[in-house]
Every structure is written in structure tokens, then in C-alpha cells.
Ligand binder design. Sequence first.
Ligand code: GLC
Length: 444
Amino acid sequence: MKKVVFAIGLLFICFFNNLEAQTKIPADSIRSKMQWFADAKLGIFIHWGIYAVKGIGESWSFHNKEISHPDYMKQLNGFTAAKYDPSAWAALIKESGARYAVITTKHHDGVALWPTKQHHYNIPQNSPAKRDVLTPFFTALDKEGIKKGAYFSLIDWSYPDYPGFLKDSSRYKIANEPARWQRFLNFYQGQINELNMQYHPDLWWFDGDWEHSSDEWQAPKVRQQILQQTPTAIINGRLTGYGDYDTPEQNFPVTRPTYNWWELCMTINNSWGNQPRDTAWKTPYEIISIFADVISNGGNLLLDIGPTAEGIIPEKQVQVLKELGKWNKKHQEAVFGTLGGLPQGHFYGPTTLSKDSNTIYLFAPANAKGQLVIKGLSSKIKRVRLVGSNEQLKYKEVGKISWSPVPGLIYIPLPPTANDAYMDIIAVELEGPVKLYRGHGGLQ
Ligand code: GLC
């Protein structure tokens, strides 16, 4: 799977570079609709489905034959949503600082959270929850001013007219039964249409495109239909290249991704859905430092939570979201609405830039002892301060040779007040947009 995803990743890049040519979408209109996304930095991903009942892998568990399909589907009987409080979910998401949320309206198992009219498994009609659990969540997000994202799996391994089923068996080949495939296309595009008409998602998060080609999915048509109804909708990259941004998953990019917009989706333990056996929790510090790294490289983090079948968000996840929220609140000027930071080589750590590029934000790990150093800063410094307080900091330029245009090194001693539990941020205010020296030093 990983190889496939990697190959698809490469494909995305090629496709993205040709997006304008291929889909005849003027780059300007993409740019303006992407602005809120570029400013948002943090989204919360929610994998909520019947897999939470037994606490097993979402959809993959039956596909990979760890459980039979009938037994997997029996989990429908245990999905109660008895303690589901959509306003509390939205309030927690708000508290984390996230500006958007993406919920699994339907995973590869085909179970819809909303009462789909397409005669297929759904929570309101086939589970004891007996109600539409999607509408109240989207309504609660609207109330909090959080953008609404709909995860939608193109793959539907439970639909009788979908070819793929178990890892080693499929129902049919499209070439042999084109009319059957057409029935599936009508079905899945019908569901997308329902979601679009009812909820007008701000963002579509497709998944599972790797099982078919863009021709087979009719990807350009799907894109066009969404945008006809909601021209400002953002579409993720998993629509065989007909999306607006790149979606690396779990694995952190080491070098800055080249595409304009990207989003790392990541779990807090190692599972997307609720799996109590998985206790490999990332700590708040790990999450915050990964988040800093992502925004430093110009991306967003889509951080996943997996509520229980009753609708409870596990305590460890609540804790991470709250800690992240406190940190975000204190450091918001350096996080939200910023630009990716300095290219590698100027600072040992993450950085961001204010939108006008007049301020550099330096991210110092918890209890970073001693001093921060910036290399190759040609701009004049106006002042240096600790973000979250107005404390002005001293700095020293070291090794500046009067007759050389090569800048000296800027040393900033960290004061004792730089004692954030996770990461302090230092603002370096400049006289005008940042100018960098990128040369080899020496006699230049
Ligand atoms: C993968 C998996 C899926 C998960 C998704 C989240 O594509 O198929 O289970 O929902 O990643 O990014």
C-alpha cells in the first residue's frame, strides 16, 4: 500500500503541476479560494465509524481478513452515539486552535453517517443511534466559525456493484461489466451530490483513489460538479490529481514539499479510529514540535482523533488538543496567517514569517539553553521580543566584517522567562521584508 501511495504521491506532483492545463482552472481562482486554508495551519480529522465498536482497524480489518465482512458489519448494532455531544466536539476543536475539521462522512466500509437516499448502509437507518449524526456536527462547526470538511471514500468495499472487496478477491472487472461499474458511478456520485446539496462542505477530503484511474472515477466530472454547486470548495489531492493540495500521510516530509499547498495528516497514537489497544500516544511536546515543523515548511497539520462508538473523545486526545490550544493561544501571531519560514541553513529549528515578511519567528525547543543564532540575515533588525509577552530581548551581531556584504551571526540569549513547557517563540522584527544572504561566505 505504502508503495502505491508513494507512487500516487509522485503522480500528484505531476498532476498538480499541470492542474491548470488539465482542468482549465485559472490559477488565480485557486489561489484566492485557498487563502483561508493557507492561513488555517491546523485542522482536526475525525475518524468516526462502526469500527469504533470493537476498536478494530477502520475498514481495512475486513478487507485484510482480520474479521469477516458479516462480523464487521455487525458492529452497526453497537453504534449508539449515546453520549455524542456535537457542540462539545466543536468547542474542543475551537479550543485546540484548529480552523477546520474533517469528518469521515463515509469510510471504505461504505457506512454513511448521514441518511443517504442511495439505499446503502448508514448510521441513521441501520444502527441504534437512529439519527443523522452528521448534520448536528456540521451545524455546531458553523456556530463556532470552523470550516467544514467532508472526508469521503471513493472506494466502497461493501457496495455490491463496487469491484474491490477483500484483499485477495474482487467482485468483477470493469472491462467485463461496464454497466455494473456505471451503476456504481451513479451511486457514488449521487452520494457526493447529496452531501454537496445538503452541507456545502468547505473542503472535500477524498480517499482511496488508488484503486482506479481518473478516467474510471470520472474525476474531472466529480470536481466540476462540486465546484458548480460550491465554487469555493477546496478539494484534497486524492482525486487522482484533480485536487487542490497535497496530502502526505503520517510520514513527515524532510525537505519542503514543492507544491503550493500541502497538509500532513497524522494520528495521535498509531490508529485513525478508536482502538483502545493502541497506546502509542504521541506526547503534546511531540505533536507541537511536529506542528511547528509543518508550518515552518509552509504546510498544515490535520491531526486525527477517533471517538468511541458512544461518541466520547478519548481522554489522551482531549489532553493533546487542550495543550495544543494553550500553546496556540499564547503564540497565535507566530502560527496563524503566517508564511513558511526561512530556507534551511539560516536557523537550527522551525521558523515562520509574518505575512508581510517583516517579522521572523524563531521556534526554540523547551528549555533550549543558552542562545539562538541566525545566519545570513541581511535585513536590519528593529527589535527582538519574546512572543506571548512583550519582553524585549537583547541580541548581538557577531563576526560582522565592516567591508564585507556578508552579514554577521545574530546571537539572541534566551531570558529565564523563555520557559514555555513546549516551545518558546522569539519574534525578530525587521525594517522591511526579510532579506537573506545565501552565498558561500568568504571574500564576497
Ligand atoms: C488511508 C487509509 C485510511 C485512512 C486515511 C487517512 O488512506 O486508507 O484508512 O482513513 O489514510 O488519511
